[in-house]
Design a binder for this molecule. Structure first.
Ligand SMILES: NC(=O)c1ccc[n+]([C@@H]2O[C@H](COP(=O)([O-])OP(=O)(O)OC[C@H]3O[C@@H](n4cnc5c(N)ncnc54)[C@H](OP(=O)(O)O)[C@@H]3O)[C@@H](O)[C@H]2O)c1
Length: 261
């Protein structure tokens, strides 16, 4: 099986890192920047080229990993190429299944929304496809994205909500962490120490939460009545953290819907 990438940027590299570490071979990459091709060839067992048509013709699975603004040029370039029976997986933000189907009319299409932690192989990737896509094709796509983290399959109408939670999420969690670091420094901690304390606490909390402990249980476990945590939690509640988070995510989902039009 040959897996071809159109675009060899950051996200493609994260996937290539995960795939090659998980025993995938026969990876082809089409990338216009020569120095980027040399870098990829130097670091991973892959073949690089600058020719998208060859990638399309010689791969069974094609992963589109370019920016949305480069899609019209790609569409023009590949017009008329027969992709019958091939699997086309797109990670291009905001480009819907219908648009992908019109670009690759006879291919099986899977749309994926990964997120930035893919760069450290801790991605949350959400897959969506048309009901006509056979189960084994979807399983193949799930296997590819499992190489860089967790995978969930949802219907396309969920993608705006997905964008708000896991797509934009890393920036939201990073913002909260930044606030904690700055607040720690304001309390007198050296900035680098505050940084270490906040990040390790976030990492440890994420591990606890992924070991099936519910957020509400963890809060109860840490906050004893009349204690320090409860004092802090009361301020979050009084100042409306829940409403702020809810409105921020609604705004992100709304923007995702606007951009998808
Ligand atoms: N980074 C993330 O965390 C993240 C998360 C979710 C989804 N995504 C989506 O993933 C996609 C890729 O993101 P990225 O961060 O990997 O972008 P990137 O680093 O800019 O990589 C895209 C690469 O594709 C090349 N390219 C452009 N047009 C091409 C064409 N027609 N044929 C072949 N290669 C072409 C670009 O070259 P030039 O530099 O010369 O244009 C660039 O090297 C985007 O749609 C993005 O929205 C990214």
């Amino acid at each position: 099986m040959k897996t071809g990438f159109i675009g060899g940027g950051n996200m493609a590299e994260a996937l290539i890192k995960g795939l090659t570490a998980n025993g995938f071979t026969n990876i082809l990459i089409s990338e216009p920047v020569e120095i980027r091709c040399s870098y990829l060839k130097e670091h991973y067992p892959v073949t690089t080229m600058s020719d998208n048509i060859t990638i399309l013709k010689s791969s069974d699975t094609i992963i589109i990993a370019i920016k949305p603004q480069n899609m019209p040029a790609l569409k023009e370039q590949i017009q008329g190429i027969d992709c019958a029976g091939k699997t086309v997986i797109s990670i291009v933000a905001g480009v819907k299944l219908a648009a992908l189907q019109s670009m690759f009319p006879s291919a099986y299409i899977v749309r994926v929304m990964p997120n930035t932690p893919a760069l450290v192989l801790e991605a949350m990737s959400v897959l969506t496809s048309d009901t006509s896509v056979p189960k084994e094709i979807l399983t193949k796509a799930e296997n590819i994205f499992s190489a860089i983290g967790q995978v969930v399959v949802l219907s396309e109408d969920m993608m705006d909500a997905v964008t708000a939670v896991s797509g934009s999420g890393p920036a939201f969690f990073a913002l909260f962490t930044k606030c904690v670091i700055e607040a720690g420094a304001a309390l007198g901690l050296p900035e680098d120490i505050s940084n270490t304390l906040a990040i390790q606490t976030m990492k440890g909390t994420a591990k606890l939460l992924s070991s099936a402990q519910k957020p509400s249980e963890l809060i109860k476990m840490v906050a004893s009545p009349g204690g320090t945590t409860e004092a802090g939690l009361k301020v979050f509640e009084a100042l409306g953290l829940k409403k702020t988070v809810s409105e921020a995510l609604q705004s992100a989902a709304l923007r995702s819907a606007e951009l998808g039009k």
